[in-house]
Design a protein around this ligand. Structure first.
Ligand code: SF4
Length: 365
């Protein structure tokens, strides 16, 4: 089938399809007279939705359906689950045996460690023309004296570091930068919930794994299960797409995911776990998406470090709080985020037409 770029592929930058800002229409007619006509949407996190087609995951019936934060609390109270992760485990059983769920989560964790190690092992500038210097490696050398040759060596060396606030804070930033520099240079990362926000969860998991006493595999798996469920609630009631909601939908959601996962492992009650997610999002509301030059580098890379720090603060705050006295709940903050997303001008939603993207001159290359 001949394909002529420019004739067969047309960008309509001034038009959007109803449904989502990132839409594409594909039409083809074949020699036998048949034709296909698809509308599809990139809805965030690498997921593609086809107009008129149901999500295949919707066909699976889980025992405890969750559409909102309130459902999580209702199920754990009614069924006596001690932890949010117990509820998520029970639902995941509808998709696969528990051992496979654990194995998948452990695989994600192994990929996260690998991404952090690759990120701190590489130097130079990032591709794209902004000439952004990779900083994770330098931070790692200043913290550890060198970049350990292996992933296990990196974990061991970080565990041997002093635990003062400045050192821990720098390590969290280092891990976030490492993963986002990998993302910005086409490296392999775990999307959580999107590529641009993929450094938050690794940084918070690294904090958990190297700077606290909660570092065994069960802790990591429970963290990931809870984080995933929180992302799902945001996706069902708002968005995880910056094109639809600005950066509050990316770094904001990843921060809420990480806060909930950390609160779970720190021993938070289900109410405190949801409160952690609420706090993290509450302080990311209105965050715009304005990447300079359309590259996921500035402000994205540093923003992941900020998202991780907010997540850690939110989790610690929540597990020390009386969640029954909270004045704002997770579902309310998600509604607020969605309303903010709809009020946000399109210039601040991944178009690079406002904010930092136009305030900073891009050097001629
Ligand atoms: S500023 Fe935009 S591109 Fe960058 S991380 Fe946030 S949502 Fe993603």
């Amino acid at each position: 089938m001949p394909f002529r770029r420019g004739e067969h592929l047309q960008f309509h930058r001034d038009r959007t399809l109803p449904g989502h800002a990132n839409g594409m229409r594909m039409a083809a007619r074949f020699g036998d007279g048949t034709a296909v006509d698809w509308e599809c949407f990139s809805v965030g996190g690498g997921f593609v939705a086809f107009a008129g087609q149901a999500d295949p995951f919707d066909a699976v019936r889980v025992p405890y359906p969750i559409d909102a934060g309130a459902d999580i609390l209702a199920h754990v109270r009614r069924r006596g689950f001690a932890r949010v992760s117990d509820l998520v485990f029970a639902n995941e059983q509808a998709y696969r045996p528990r051992a496979q769920t654990v194995a998948k989560a452990e695989h994600l964790w192994a990929e996260i460690i690998a991404a952090v190690h690759r990120g701190v092992s590489r130097t130079g500038t990032l591709p794209g023309g902004l000439n952004v210097t990779r900083r994770a490696s330098g931070l790692c050398v200043r913290l550890l004296g060198e970049v350990p040759a292996t992933r296990a060596g990196l974990i061991d060396a970080v565990r041997g570091m002093p635990r003062d606030f400045r050192t821990v804070n720098q390590w969290i930033s280092c891990a976030a930068l490492a993963v986002n520099e990998e993302n910005a240079s086409f490296g392999r990362i775990v999307t959580a919930p999107t590529n641009g926000a993929s450094g938050v969860i690794p940084a918070v998991l690294m904090y958990l794994h190297t700077c606290t006493d909660h570092y065994d595999n069960d802790d990591i798996v429970r963290f990931l299960l809870v984080a995933g469920e929180i992302a799902s609630v945001f996706k069902k009631n708002a968005t995880i797409s910056a094109a639809a909601g600005g950066c509050q939908a990316e770094v904001g959601v990843s921060s809420a995911m990480a806060a909930a996962g950390l609160a779970e492992v720190l021993g938070g009650s289900p109410e405190q776990v949801l409160m952690a997610a609420e706090i993290a999002m509450e302080h990311n509301l209105g965050l715009t998406c304005d990447p300079i030059g359309g590259l996921v580098q500035i402000p994205c890379i540093e923003r992941n470090a900020m998202g991780a720090i907010k997540a850690i603060s939110a989790a610690h705050l929540a597990v020390e709080s009386d969640a029954a006295k909270a004045r704002v709940n997770l579902d309310q903050v998600i509604r607020s985020m969605w309303q903010t997303a709809q009020d946000m001008k399109s210039e601040y939603k991944e178009t690079s037409e406002a904010g930092l993207a136009v305030a900073v001159n891009i050097p001629e290359c």
